[in-house]
Design a protein around this ligand. Structure first.
Ligand code: SAJ
Length: 401
């Protein structure tokens, strides 16, 4: 059995390595020559626990990386599916291009497995017309792994395999079973598409509930964390944590597909999106309140800690801090300082690479991301004003959202 994984990013690379690690004959394809050079030099392209070990194992088992599509039995497509900002609809062009490239080389009977997240109906609308001329099988096996714990989750999570044909579904199930110990559920393609988007929407709504409670408790001058802690003692209640907003490429994006396609029906979903999107602005308001309380007037003495969308990853896509900086610029508030131990390139103005210097130059620190780094350095904040949006700083006098 020979497999080609198309797209060697956050999802494609760990997937290709897991299959190769399990002994499957794998070729990884990507058009990014720089990325191919990195991988072919024996280096991984991003940080993720366990990725390097898996990489060595896959290399030993003969995985190859190239920009030429090979002729194989199975193609796994894991290319990006961005959404169009103006209408919030999925942009399936990368998936379509990848499928077209596969069709140029594959033989009849090949199986094309789409792992990229797509909005419900995308395969019928955009992919089927492209493959109509050829006798290939389509499958949707949406990825489900969480950045920060990808390798573990690839191995243990349950998976969904949506196929037109049960026999093909069973074969793909067997392929995934080579490395995945979780239950693999077979269904049809439309159900697989919908399920994936529903999963991320569920989480978005639950985070929005926690964020709305934070706003209510702020207005009532109450401690939302205490309320949530106590409510969660109820056996059927499990409220998530409020925060500065929802970032990443998935949870803040996928619910829009449902809003875009079912505008009159997706009401809770839309409200949740709006609440989560309002959080960076809310943190900004809290920052001004805290400044006022401590008589701090100089916005250039405020430092935002964390640029990534969540803790201990190096991914800044849709990050609340970036959203907030954008919104500050609209308010003409320039000069805030920024630091993130995971971001080695300067992405924004006044970004520091040296934590000591950063702390030296600010009076108020706003914790936007709960990296382990800040948890280990909490005592360094003893003499500062702290606004903690993640509930990780227990120093007396800490302000919260
Ligand atoms: N967040 C909160 N409060 C919480 C939990 C999260 O504010 O209680 C914030 C995070 O800080 C972050 C955002 O939400 O900004 C999303 O983070 P996350 O860790 O919940 O999820 P992602 O985006 O890293 O990964 C999600 C996962 N989906 C679900 O948990 C339903 C993952 O399983 C998917 O594979 C991934 O999306 C994807 O690619 O679709």
């Amino acid at each position: 059995m020979k497999v080609c994984v198309v797209g060697l990013g956050y999802i494609g690379l760990p997937t290709a390595l897991s299959m190769a690690g399990a002994g499957v004959d794998v070729i990884g394809v990507d058009y990014n020559k720089e990325l191919l050079a990195t991988l072919n030099a024996g280096k991984v392209s991003f940080e993720e626990e366990g990725l390097e070990e898996l990489f060595s194992k896959a290399l030993k088992n003969g995985i190859e990386f190239t920009d030429i599509y090979p002729k194989v039995d199975y193609y796994v497509i894991a290319v990006p599916t961005p959404y169009e900002k103006h209408n919030k609809k999925v942009d399936a062009s990368y998936v379509v291009k990848a499928v077209e490239s596969v069709l140029e080389v594959c033989e009849d009977g090949a199986v094309i497995i789409i792992e990229s997240t797509i909005s419900p109906g995308t395969i019928d609308k955009f992919i089927r017309p492209v493959v109509a001329e050829k006798k290939v099988h389509l499958v949707h096996a949406p990825e489900r792994i969480i950045p920060g714990n990808m390798i573990y989750e690839l191995l243990h999570n349950s998976r969904t395999v949506g196929a037109d044909d049960k026999e093909v579904g069973e074969r793909v199930k067997a392929l995934y079973e080579t490395f995945c110990q979780g239950e693999i559920v077979l269904t049809d393609i439309r159900t697989a598409e919908m399920t994936k988007v529903v999963e991320n929407t569920f989480r978005d709504i639950n985070i929005a509930f926690a964020n709305e409670l934070a706003k209510i408790c702020r207005s009532a001058d109450m401690d939302v964390y205490e309320v949530i802690k106590i409510a969660n003692r109820h056996p059927r209640v499990n409220i998530l944590s409020p925060g500065p907003g929802v970032g990443g490429h998935c949870i803040s994006v996928d619910p829009w597909f449902l809003v875009g396609d079912y505008p009159g029906l997706a009401n809770i979903i839309l409200a949740a999106r709006k609440i989560n999107d309002s959080m960076p602005e809310f943190v900004l308001k809290r920052t001004y309140q805290v400044m006022k309380k401590h008589n701090l007037k100089d916005v250039t003495r405020v430092g935002f800690y964390g640029l990534t969308y969540k803790e201990d990853v190096d991914d800044v896509r849709e990050s609340p801090t970036l959203q907030m900086i954008e919104s500050m610029e609209k308010h003409l508030a320039h000069g805030v300082k920024v630091f993130d131990p995971f971001i080695k390139d300067d992405l924004v103005e006044n970004q520091y690479q040296d934590f000591d210097k950063f702390l030296n130059d600010i009076d108020l620190i706003v914790i936007m991301v709960a990296h382990s780094h800040i948890k280990e350095n909490m005592d360094r904040l003893k003499d500062m004003v702290v606004l903690d949006t993640r509930h990780v700083c227990m120093l007396p006098g800490t302000h919260r959202i």
